[in-house]
Write a protein that binds this ligand. Structure first.
Ligand code: NAP
Length: 452
């Protein structure tokens, strides 16, 4: 049986799990070309996971093993829709898998959302992680108080990054520009606002509990925001543990002399981001005070009581979830921000598949993508073995490389990425850091060309 060829567009966790499952196939044998618009692979593992979570980032070791397998190639700096089209990929491969994630923010749709000093977490996270698109963000960290909207793990990540002591920040792979800015930051208090209660918050227990380990951090929770402890035993285990942490913090109050404070304010929805004039920078957030109501289907939803309060601040980070972006020429459901599919087969298309957040929406942890990718690869391999592709003529590996080299002057192949990776790791050694990130396209290309 001939070796089939699959293009994977996107090199984050879901793309790598799909690549691993495809390369495991012997019937038919499959080779994989993975494309990314950046010079560097690993998607959110490099540019999303918080730098003070090196253990989570170490999952990249699995992706390195996949990349080292025969039949795998990486092509960085190739943007679908700009450098190559889906049609061109379909001419050259048996199948194309989209693994592009959710690349933008969910909008709040409130007045003042785009004021200076109000940032989507997508941008702020990209900034501290050295994502080339966001290195110019330069958030103003000159005010003492910041407000984070949203009660999920990304809200916790950005709150922690604002409050970590400098000594905890320096040994990480946080981009150098962000380390310098955060080390000089005036932010001493972060207020995390959840529109529903502590029971409905989307934080995971490990992420919540690790706040106890941050030196000099006082955690503030108003005991009045809690349901009666009497019902706690009926809650799912993870929720019960979270509520236990909130209760403990509420009872203890912030530690005496805490240098920095993190406040959880529940039952609050932002209604307006305030500034001195129409275009002026952020001066605060107006919050609606909510009560909770349970729908007929059991979902607990926030209901505005009409009461308002204002929190003064100089920085707002909106962490209310991510959203997928349509790919040129690929079906897209505007409502969910995902590509419509059945078991990973894109609706109305042949030989096009989808994995990860752009398939199921921005939920779950990194490992969730393995099962997700396996489902799609099962469908893809079943289609390949159905006989329709046996006599199909596709481009050889060499022809693809030739085509890309002509098309993309700044092409980065696997050797090129390995040169960047080796340089970054070596640069980190002196400071006890996992790596010092390169963030500029010109610098990436100097490293790639030096190696040639
Ligand atoms: P998320 O878990 O979906 O949380 C989004 C939060 O925003 C929820 O609290 C949601 O409240 C709130 N929200 C949504 N719309 C809102 C609005 N209009 N006004 C006010 N609040 C609003 O999303 P995420 O934090 O972006 O995380 C994405 C995924 O990545 C999650 O699965 C997360 O667990 C994962 N992740 C994991 C880690 C880790 O394991 N360390 C780190 C980061 C991210 P409602 O519940 O009321 O909708």
């Amino acid at each position: 049986m001939r070796t089939h060829a699959v293009a994977i567009v996107g090199s984050g966790p879901s793309g790598f799990y799909a690549a691993g499952a495809l390369l495991d196939s012997t019937d038919p044998p499959v080779r994989v070309d993975m494309y990314d618009r950046l010079a560097t692979p690993w998607g959110l593992v490099r540019a999303g996971v918080a730098p003070d979570h090196p253990k989570i980032k170490s999952v990249s070791g699995q992706y390195e093993k996949i990349a080292a397998q025969p039949g795998f190639r990486f092509f960085g700096h190739v943007c679908l829709g700009e450098d190559v089209t889906t049609e061109e990929l379909l001419e050259r491969y048996d199948a194309v898998v989209y693994a592009v994630g959710s690349q933008t923010e969910r909008r709040l749709g409130i007045e003042g959302e785009d004021r200076a000093g109000s940032h989507a977490s997508v941008d702020f996270v990209g900034w501290y992680n050295g994502h080339p698109d966001y290195v110019g963000l330069a958030p103003d960290l000159g005010a003492e108080r910041a407000v984070v909207i949203g009660a999920g793990n990304v809200a916790l990540d950005v709150a922690r990054m604002l409050l970590l002591p400098e000594d905890d920040l320096r040994p990480t792979d946080t981009a150098d520009h962000a380390i310098e800015a955060l080390a000089g930051s005036s932010v001493r208090e972060v207020v995390v606002c959840g529109r529903r209660g502590p029971v409905q918050a989307a934080f995971t227990t490990t992420e919540l509990r690790e706040l106890d380990d941050i030196d000099g951090l006082g955690i503030v929770v108003d005991p009045a925001q809690f349901p009666d402890a009497a019902g706690d035993e009926d809650l799912p285990k993870a929720t019960r543990r979270n509520v236990e942490s909130f209760r403990r913090w509420a009872e203890a109050g912030p530690a005496e002399g805490a240098e920095r404070r993190l406040e959880f304010r529940f039952l609050r929805s932002p209604v307006q981001i305030l500034g001195e004039d129409a275009d002026g920078p952020v001066t605060g957030v107006e919050l609606a005070v909510n009560r909770l109501e349970t729908d007929d289907d059991g979902r607990v939803r926030p209901v505005d009581t009409g009461e308002r309060e204002t929190v003064e601040c100089g920085l707002v980070l909106r962490a209310v979830g991510y959203r997928g972006v349509a790919l040129p020429g690929v079906p897209f459901d505007e409502g969910s921000g995902t590509i419509p599919h059945t078991e990973g087969r894109i609706e109305g298309r042949e030989r096009e598949y989808v994995v990860g957040w752009i398939k199921r929406g921005p939920t779950g942890i990194i490992g969730t993508n393995r099962k997700d990718a396996n489902e799609t690869v099962r469908a893809l391999l079943a289609d390949l073995t159905s006989g329709q592709r046996e006599d199909a003529v596709i481009a050889s590996a060499e022809e693809v490389e030739e085509w890309l080299s002509e098309r993309v002057p700044d092409l980065v192949d696997l050797d090129g990425w390995e040169a960047i990776d080796a340089h970054e790791r070596a640069a980190g050694e002196g400071g006890g850091r996992p790596r010092v990130k390169v963030v500029d396209r010109g610098d990436f290309m100097s490293l790639v060309r030096e190696r040639m």
